[in-house]
Design a protein around this ligand. Structure first.
Ligand code: GDP
Ligand code: IMO
Ligand code: MG
Length: 424
């Protein structure tokens, strides 16, 4: 079986959790390569709904091995509470979860730092998930981050905490003295988790490369989406890591040649949480309809997701950046009752039509989308499992997207449950 990447093609929440869950059947190992607990991946199994943040979705399948790579930033407290939740729901993870010893830790001061910075940004705030992700990656790049393995070296750990608090003094001095002391203590308390962490840490790169030699199949579970990538997204309104397929190699320590296939996931429309440009956003009634029918509320923060039409300009960009060879199209059922459905095929800006993504916020914020309009099918397709049974108008919509992107749509999701899926 091939080694596949599943990557979000929009601003996250495309339904990667559901697609990864389905593809897990065909894999031996499921590996997260970037992001952290800012992700929220939903899997619905019968009547049970699971939301995974830090732990790979594959944990829900008995006997599959799950891996968290060095490219992920880990909030240990969050990790153990997520594992505790899984335990309560009878999901066993012993000897099934490996964490890179080189992964950087999200520390209590990262969350405080993020809150203070967001407050200071005022109107220009990113609208982050508040999970401390940005500051944790900043420290990694500044070469003062604390790695998972440091938890076994209390002296070094304390030194690093002290150094970090010193470096951040300017920002943190906004806190009252007692809060600052409490923050330092909380940060040092992370050390106490060392016993629990020990059995989970491993040389993930070595393990994966051995597994590849043994012809095991790996599913690389992307988090966030291409437009949230720190290099290829809508900077600075993005996350602080590379979310795209290239990050699989650096986030896990495997070679590009080990990747056989990249699968892109996109909704049949577009959503985004947090701030930043969104050319096809529908701010009025239609946006509300999509939000309600699609139940578009963040899986991590519960915030309402902004909604709008599908944007092929963005998807073309995602195809290119990730080398996507096939697409899983999700939430087609959400469009069921609409009388008109639009798809953006270009942007009009200062009299010119642009058909390629431009990383310039001024253009993205001020362009007018050029739409191709479709008549809606106005029939319920929820749960359909056979492409032939889709209404002609729905088929036409799917065919148009596939043709325009020149890419196979190999899976269509028509509901949140496992079996509400069309495979082509
Ligand atoms: P992820 O972050 O990409 O894994 O996506 P999220 O889990 O954050 O958000 C996707 C939401 O849509 C979840 O609540 C899913 O249960 C739900 N979902 C996934 N596929 C479908 C679908 O085809 N139809 C509907 N109605 N809901 C879906
Ligand atoms: P999944 O994996 C949707 C967004 C936040 C914010 C920006 C920066 O579930 O698709 P951060 O906390 O990362 O610094 O926030 O990125 N964001 C997501 N939006 N889905 C996600 O993950 C996201 N992870 C981060 O809303 O706009
Ligand atoms: Mg999500």
């Amino acid at each position: 079986m091939p080694n596949r990447v599943v990557v979000g093609m929009q601003w996250g929440d495309e339904g990667k959790g559901k697609i990864v869950d389905l593809l897990t059947e065909e894999a031996d190992i499921i590996a997260r390569y970037s992001g952290g607990a800012n992700a929220g991946h939903t899997v619905v199994i019968n009547e049970d709904r699971f939301i995974l943040h830090l732990i790979p979705t594959g944990i829900l399948h008995e006997r599959k091995i799950c891996v968290i790579g060095n490219g992920v930033v880990i909030d240990l407290k969050h990790l153990f509470s997520e594992l505790e939740e899984l335990k309560k729901r009878d999901i066993r993870f012993q000897r099934r979860l490996l964490i890179s010893q080189s992964a950087h830790l999200v520390m209590p001061y990262h969350k405080v730092e993020e809150r203070l910075e967001e407050e200071a940004r005022g109107k220009g705030r990113i609208g982050s998930t508040g999970r401390g992700i940005g500051p944790a990656y900043q420290d990694k790049m500044a070469r003062r981050g604390i790695r998972a393995m440091d938890i076994f070296n209390p002296r070094l750990f304390k030194q690093k905490v002290e150094w970090n608090l010193k470096v951040k003094d300017d920002l943190l001095s906004a806190l009252p003295e007692h809060e600052l002391i409490a923050l330092k203590n909380k940060s040092l308390d992370v050390l106490k988790l060392n016993r629990k962490v020990k059995p989970l840490l491993a040389d993930v790169s070595w393990f994966l490369n051995q597994s590849i030699k043994k012809r095991k199949s790996i599913l690389f579970e992307g988090a966030q989406g291409t437009l949230l990538d720190v290099d290829f997204g809508t900077y600075p309104y993005c996350t602080s890591s590379n979310t795209t397929a290239g990050a699989v190699c650096t986030g896990l320590g495997i070679a590009p040649s080990a990747i056989d296939e990249v699968i892109g996931v996109t909704k049949a429309y577009t959503t985004r949480v947090g701030n930043g440009p969104f050319p096809t956003e529908e701010k009025g009634k239609l946006g509300k309809i999509l939000q309600e029918r699609g139940n578009e509320f963040g899986a991590t923060t519960g915030r309402p997701r902004r909604c709008g039409w599908l944007d092929l300009v963005l998807l073309k960009h995602s195809l290119r950046i990730n080398g996507i060879s096939k697409i899983a199209l999700t939430k087609l059922d959400v469009l069921d009752q609409l009388d008109k459905i639009k798809v953006c095929v270009g942007y009009k800006y200062r009299g010119k039509i642009l058909t390629e993504f431009v990383p310039d916020l001024r253009i993205l914020e001020n362009c007018q989308p050029v739409y191709k309009e479709f008549a809606g099918w106005q029939k319920t397709i929820g749960g359909t499992t056979n492409f032939k049974k889709l209404p002609e108008r729905a088929k036409r919509y799917v065919d148009f997207i596939s043709r325009k992107l020149n890419t196979l749509i190999f899976m269509i999701s028509t509901g949140d449950k496992r079996n509400q899926t069309i495979r082509l």
